[in-house]
Design a protein around this ligand. Structure first.
Ligand code: NAD
Length: 378
């Protein structure tokens, strides 16, 4: 028997609930998929508030070292205070390991609740550039020396007048960052025989950031003439673009026309939660942050602190993130088993509160019970 080492960050808030409900499912899925030849050896990693309390730092060096060594990790949600306190550890992890691709599959499973009429037509993947744009976190608070200096500089040197009490953030989007991201996504689309790639941008307003993102993405697409078409040639992947506000309407009204969405960071962030609503909500939407050397798998949702410790929330998003991890390391069967068992459990009418309240007439089960039922169906 060989061990597969997986660093795991349980996370804050509801992280512990979903971790407790899912851990044995991951272990069992791997054992079953490999006929008992492989098993998981978890490497627990403390990060965020828990690490701050214990080690006085949000991300201990040793944790970074372990993730780097293994090349993979699974993580629960980490809390980030709004408007002050510390910067996001989630964003820091993405930057430090250069996890430039965020992948969020939005696939409808039969029997899941949805607010739209034909949810079975939803089968999208949102790819979001993960290291640039406003998430780069270059910003200055109103009234600070730095913000004032910048305002003065802009006025003096660039003839731009900003309100003196403005907070300021920068939105860097680079050619290099956009090109490598677009190439990664196009290669994925070719490998997985996807049909369409749609660039989602606000280039009509932010011409030199989002507009440039669109231009550079098209430039890359044109290098793939053998596989990509800009004018609908049959048998090739269609490449087009939509302005972001329109895109929010399109995914609701005509989801069947969309397949892969290629987004700068913030557009992808907003769209991920909006599209999660089409397939049952944040509790069922998985995700991955992928770089050239490390990939970290995590649910789309946050730490939902109001539900922490109540054994209530839905572990599906976390379970499907684990399924993505198995697929990433080439153990498709473990991935399929998890996905299949989740579907069977929901189709048997066993769901947590978030799905139950959308479905009506069903009593919800606890997070832990849902986990047990999935495990029984692996
Ligand atoms: P959230 O995703 O934690 O919760 C929003 C709502 O989604 C909840 O009120 C709940 O109704 C629902 N929800 C979330 N997880 C669910 C689950 N597993 N099952 C069922 N329903 C679920 O978003 P928020 O309240 O805006 O953020 C809370 C904290 O999480 C913040 O500190 C934020 O920074 C952090 N956050 C972390 C990540 C991450 O770790 N990658 C992502 C998003 C937000």
């Amino acid at each position: 028997m060989t061990d597969i080492e997986i660093p795991c960050i349980m996370g804050d808030g509801t992280g512990e609930d979903i971790w407790n409900a899912s851990r044995e499912i991951f272990e069992e899925a791997l054992l079953k998929a490999t006929g008992g030849e492989k098993r998981i050896r978890w490497i627990p990693i403390l990060a965020g508030i828990k690490a701050l309390d214990k080690y006085g730092t949000l991300l201990p060096e040793e944790a970074l070292h372990e993730i780097k060594r293994c090349g993979i990790a699974i993580k629960g949600p980490l809390t980030t205070p709004v408007g002050g306190g510390f910067r996001s550890v989630n964003v820091y992890l993405r930057q430090i390991f250069d996890l430039y691709v965020c992948m969020r599959p939005i696939r409808y499973f039969k029997g899941f609740p949805s607010p739209i009429k034909k949810p079975e037509k939803v089968n999208l993947i949102i790819f979001r550039e993960n290291t640039e744009d406003l998430y780069r976190g270059v910003e200055w608070q109103e009234g600070t020396k730095e913000a004032n200096r910048l305002i003065e500089f802009l006025k003096k040197e660039m003839d731009i007048s900003l309100p003196p009490d403005a907070g300021i953030g920068l939105k860097p989007i680079s050619k290099k960052g956009t090109v490598r991201f677009t190439k990664w996504v196009i290669n994925y689309a070719i490998k997985h025989k996807r049909k369409t790639i749609t660039v989602v941008h606000k280039g009509n307003i932010m011409k030199y950031t989002e507009g440039a993102f669109r231009e550079w993405a098209y430039d890359v697409a044109k290098e793939y003439k053998e596989h990509i078409t800009l004018d609908g040639e049959k048998g090739k992947i269609r490449f087009n673009d939509r302005i972001a506000d329109n895109m929010f309407m399109q995914v609701i009204m005509r989801p069947e026309e969309y397949d892969i969405l290629l987004c700068p960071n913030l557009n992808g962030d907003y769209l991920s939660d909006a599209c999660a609503a089409l397939i049952g909500g944040l509790g069922v939407a998985p995700g991955a942050n992928i770089g050239d050397n490390v990939a970290i798998f995590e649910p789309t949702h946050g730490s939902a602190p109001q539900y922490a410790g109540k054994d209530m929330v839905n572990p599906i998003s976390f379970l499907l993130s684990g399924a993505m991890l198995f697929s990433y390391i080439g153990i498709e069967e473990a991935s399929d088993r998890i996905e299949h068992a989740v579907r069977k459990t929901v189709n048997a009418g066993i769901v947590t509160y978030d799905l139950a309240r959308q479905m009506g007439g069903i009593s919800p089960v606890a997070c832990s019970i849902f986990g047990r039922e999935v495990k029984n169906r692996l």
